[in-house]
Ligand binder design. Structure first.
Ligand code: NOJ
Length: 559
């Protein structure tokens, strides 16, 4: 690692309206797949620290780390058994402190993942709840209920797990008899907390403070729409076509219950005790920007992922609608809009944007899927879509590997898959492993530089040799070079702080807007369109002499 410039992040108390998170480009690290320093085939915290200079040269403002806390890894770390420790797979608390310090020295902020909806079944509290029995204070921290039917052998309600199968599991009581059931919206190893219990609330205030005291810049909050369940836990049958995070439906008794907002008002106050404009970002899958904006009212969270934007197809009119609505809805509560195209739960956008069949979120794609993408089309659209996204005002999230144009890995063998979705649906849904394959760093090293031993917890495709970061760094036409150019120009021209103005008079397949002194024009159609006047400062692909080819976007400046 080269020694960093001492370019300390400004962590002074923010001027309202100028907080870093309003305009930041935040890069998601999925620790197990980023960089492995120990050689066990699973990425780790020292691995991240060793690559910080690459992230600085990419030009991002902040990092979000998916969970690295202690966990049996039944859902890749989203099953936490100790919220205030680092899982030995990823290192130690000292490794975390070093990573945070080294990131801050490079002017990069760091937010960590917090998983408040559920813990692991190996969490001390859940083990105590099992031992303590029905009616105990220990059970009241989770959602234990008696079963229905004569012998209590029918689950308390009909809810299904987001990962497939029932959302309830029956326990064996200490005396060996079949006993109560507990709720798990996700895997059976992820029991849901009861957020009406003050003890749970107090515990999470403690956890927030633990990480804030260490100096983190904020939290990405997992399942932020799910903590509160409707009174009485009424039956509910989801739409079978709905996405696995279930955000597209109304009236779901476990999503978006009004009481959830009280929790975030409380957390807002905890963060406000600290200097340096610490931030909360909601993972709340809601159908519209309007509903998502409820999570970022002035006294709640600071940001919420814009999943309606992520779910929008590559189509000029649809994009214009969702962008307009996002800026309106988030703006109406004084929050920035965020933008995101990929994360560890969705098909990578270099593949998703060229799918030719419906693919609900979380289902994934594999060898037997219909409507598989054509790789070239997907990459071209992904580069254009990112060129549009990074031209928008507000804050943008990038997912590790998208800067290399990585596609979804479709041809994973069944026996390598690890997502609980795959197991809980008996292989009916492939799940999310295809977007989680470890990154390629260099073309000719073992595991493409991910791990010195050549180990990799999911196999990397041979084609990734040509996509390795080292190879792309030398190639001006690479996706990495495009991301670097876009991020540098975005920063230099203050596009994050800008204001969007739509430009009319173009073909229906064209999306065109102005942000500050930059004009962004994207051709989402399949035929070329005229290239407007201006100096080309970035283009997602080769341009014609005076045309923008299909699936291509460009940034033009006046000077
Ligand atoms: C959302 C996370 O992003 C996903 O990866 C996880 O499986 C679920 N929440 C459950 O924690």
């Amino acid at each position: 690692m080269t020694s960093p410039d001492i370019e300390l992040a400004d962590t002074s108390t923010a001027v309202p309206g100028a907080e870093w998170w309003r305009t930041a480009v935040i890069y998601q690290i999925y620790p197990r797949s980023f960089s492995d320093s120990s050689g066990d085939g699973i990425g780790d915290l020292p691995g991240i620290t060793s690559r910080l200079d690459d992230l600085r040269s990419l030009g991002v403002d902040a990092l979000w780390l998916s969970p690295f806390q202690r966990s049996p890894q039944k859902d890749a770390g989203y099953d936490v058994s100790d919220y205030c420790d680092v899982d030995p797979l990823f290192g130690t608390l000292a490794d975390f402190d070093e990573l945070l310090d080294q990131a801050h020295r490079r002017g990069i902020r760091l937010i960590v993942d917090l998983v408040p909806n559920h813990s692991s079944d190996q969490h001390r509290w859940f083990q105590e709840a099992l031992a303590a029995g029905p009616g105990s204070r220990e059970r009241a921290r989770y959602l234990f209920r008696d079963g229905r039917g004569l012998d209590g052998d029918v689950p308390p309600n009909n809810w299904e797990s987001i990962f497939g199968g029932p959302a309830w599991t029956r326990v064996v009581e200490a005396d060996g008899s079949l006993g109560q059931w507990y709720l798990h919206l996700f895997d059976s190893s992820q029991p849901d907390f009861d957020w009406s219990n003050e003890e749970v609330r107090e515990e999470f205030r403690r956890i927030l403070r633990f990480w804030l005291d260490r100096g983190v810049d904020g939290f990405r909050v997992d399942v932020a729409h799910g903590l509160i369940k409707a009174e009485g836990l009424p039956d509910y049958s989801p739409d079978p076509e709905g996405g696995s995070m279930g955000g597209d439906e109304e009236g779901v008794p476990y999503w978006g219950q009004p009481g959830v907002h009280e929790v975030y008002r409380d957390w807002h106050a905890v963060l406000a005790e600290y200097d340096g404009d610490r931030a909360l970002c909601a993972e709340a899958w809601r159908p519209t920007p309007e509903e998502t904006a409820l999570w970022v009212r002035p006294d709640e969270m600071h940001q919420a992922f814009n999943f309606p934007y992520l779910e929008t197809e590559w189509d000029a009119a649809a994009l214009r609608d969702v962008i307009t609505e996002s800026l309106r809805a988030f703006g109406s509560v004084g929050a920035p809009s965020t933008w995101v195209l990929s994360n560890h739960d969705v098909v990578r956008h270099a593949s998703r944007l060229a799918l030719t069949a419906e693919n609900p979120q979380g289902h994934g794609i594999g060898p037997k899927s219909v409507g598989k993408p054509i790789a070239d089309v997907g990459l071209r659209r992904a580069r254009a879509a990112t060129t549009v996204m990074l031209g928008l005002p507000g804050s943008a999230y990038l997912y590790q590997g998208e800067e290399l144009g990585l596609p979804e890995v479709i041809d994973l063998d069944d026996d390598t898959r690890q997502d609980p979705t795959w197991f809980r649906t008996g292989g009916e849904r492939y799940g999310r492993d295809g977007c989680r394959v470890p990154l390629p760093w260099s073309s000719d090293a073992p595991a493409y530089g991910f791990s010195a031993t050549g180990e990799s917890w999911l196999p990397q495709p041979a084609e990734w040799a040509t996509l390795a970061r080292e190879v792309q760094a030398e190639d001006e036409a690479s996706t990495l070079s495009l991301y670097r150019a876009l991020l540098a120009a975005r920063r230099a021209r203050h596009l994050g702080e800008g204001t969007l103005e739509w430009l009319d008079g173009f073909d229906a397949q064209v999306l065109a807007f102005r942000n500050g002194n930059v004009t962004v024009v994207a051709n989402t159609g399949s035929t070329p369109v005229a290239l407007p006047d201006g100096i080309v400062i970035a283009a997602s692909g080769p341009l014609g002499r005076a045309t923008i080819p299909a699936d291509t976007a460009v940034w033009l400046a006046d000077d």
